[in-house]
Design a protein around this ligand. Structure first.
Ligand SMILES: Nc1nc2c(ncn2[C@@H]2O[C@H](COP(=O)(O)OP(=O)(O)OP(=O)(O)O)[C@@H](O)[C@H]2O)c(=O)[nH]1
Ligand SMILES: [Mg+2]
Length: 379
């Protein structure tokens, strides 16, 4: 069987690398590679320039480089991004090759990669500690405790690691904050005030935002993605209705929901009903922050409860209080120096399953599942 595998991650990058392996790999690549000489006769590790097309095809192909790295292995280096590599994979698959996933990186590579992509200094600080060995040490001691059959100590260590999950999950993905409410209440104005520049279009006509517009920023050094959604209302307009459906769907993945109601109609039955219907979409774990917008236009503020944040976004009023409230809702601090924080969503799932095995008295199963936490290639 010939296997084709994209070695570089999809997305940004100047080049992408596709590896083809198997007894027929070099011949198969040659059937697409329009180089001056066939790869079958190229020395191992010699770089060959060519283009990706059927030989004798009259349209020019994608310019690229190919290297025969072993008798049964070829690397094709093409333009970065998604399209070029996908086209190469697709052409080989159409000739019978099977697409496979690259084997997972080692923990050290994974941590280096996360550190290189850290969006803020605060996140980088936590990751640097892990790169310097905190996580490796904790996982090694967990594996030894399980091997020694010490369920009590192992359980305590797992609980300790899981206690920092709220932070750990966000070292590679920002917190998701969704701004929702009725049309024209000032959601986009609020997003712009929070990010400090005009990311979203603001206009005095309900239904201005039709898509989910996101902006990534940091709150007290933690990365957050703000999602500005379409104002939610019943509408006959197909495009607006799609935006409303998208707004509701976005709420389902929110860590923090900011529900905006205009101060002047804050306690109106319609506003309350919409607030409840929006919150019904969010998960039970999502934090909820309520905003009374356009507070400047509201002559009397006694209908606004004190925990609600009154804003006048175009003038920046209430924005600091909103940021402070978001920071509290994020609710994590810097772990002490040298403390392990688990990186990688799947590790949390695995740790929880190891914990369950321990609770069920299945220590051998727990011990067998632990080494992969340190060496993902065992998965
Ligand atoms: N006076 C006052 N006007 C505001 C405030 N916030 C927003 N506006 C105005 O209200 C109008 C609507 O603001 P947007 O931010 O576009 O409202 P939106 O909720 O995003 O609207 P849709 O995208 O249509 O759902 C604009 O004219 C804003 O300038 C505020 O706090 N005070
Ligand atoms: Mg808007």
């Amino acid at each position: 069987m010939t296997r084709v595998c994209r070695l570089t991650p999809a997305g940004r990058g100047a080049i992408a690398v596709v590896e083809v392996t198997g007894a027929d790999a070099v011949r198969l690549v040659d059937s697409w590679f329009g180089g001056a000489h066939p790869l079958t006769t190229a020395p191992i590790n010699a770089i060959r320039f060519g283009s990706w097309r059927r030989p004798h095809a009259d349209t020019p192909g994608e310019e690229l480089v190919a290297v025969r790295t072993a008798t049964d292995r070829v690397e094709v280096h093409c333009h970065g991004g998604v399209a070029a590599a996908a086209a190469i994979v697709a052409s080989l698959v159409s000739d019978g090759a099977v697409e496979t996933k690259p084997s997972p990186a080692s923990l050290a590579d994974e941590l280096q990669d996360a550190l290189a992509n850290a969006p803020t200094e605060r996140v980088a600080g936590v990751l640097l500690d892990q790169v310097n060995g905190s996580l490796d040490a904790a996982l090694r001691s967990l594996i030894s405790l399980l091997d020694a059959g010490d369920a009590t100590q192992a359980g305590a260590l797992i609980d300790d690691l899981l206690s920092r999950e709220r932070l750990g999950r966000r070292l590679t993905q920002p917190w998701r904050i969704v701004i929702a409410g009725a049309p024209n209440v000032g959601k986009s104005s609020l997003v712009n005030a929070l990010v400090g520049f005009d990311r979203a279009i603001v206009y005095d006509l309900p239904g201005t935002t039709r898509d989910v517009v996101t902006a990534t920023t940091a709150v007290s050094g933690w990365p957050v993605t703000l999602a500005d959604t379409a104002g939610v209302r019943a509408t006959d307009n197909v495009i607006e209705a799609a935006g409303v459906e998208l707004a509701r769907a976005t709420l389902r993945s929110a860590d923090i929901v900011v529900v905006v109601r205009e101060a002047a109609a804050f306690a109106s039955p319609e506003a309350l009903e919409l607030r409840d219907s929006l919150l019904a979409e969010a998960t039970v774990n999502a934090a909820v922050i309520e905003v009374a917008s356009k507070a400047d236009l509201n002559p009397r503020s006694d209908s606004i409860p004190s925990e609600v944040i009154a804003t006048d976004a175009p003038n920046g009023i209430g924005v600091d209080r909103l940021l402070a409230t978001i920071e509290r809702a994020i609710g994590v601090g810097d772990p002490p120096h040298g403390v392990a924080v688990i990186v990688g969503r799947w590790r949390y799932e695995r740790l929880r399953s190891i914990r369950r095995h321990l609770l069920d008295g299945e220590i051998a199963t727990a011990a067998a599942a632990a080494p992969a936490l340190l060496a993902p290639e065992l998965l």
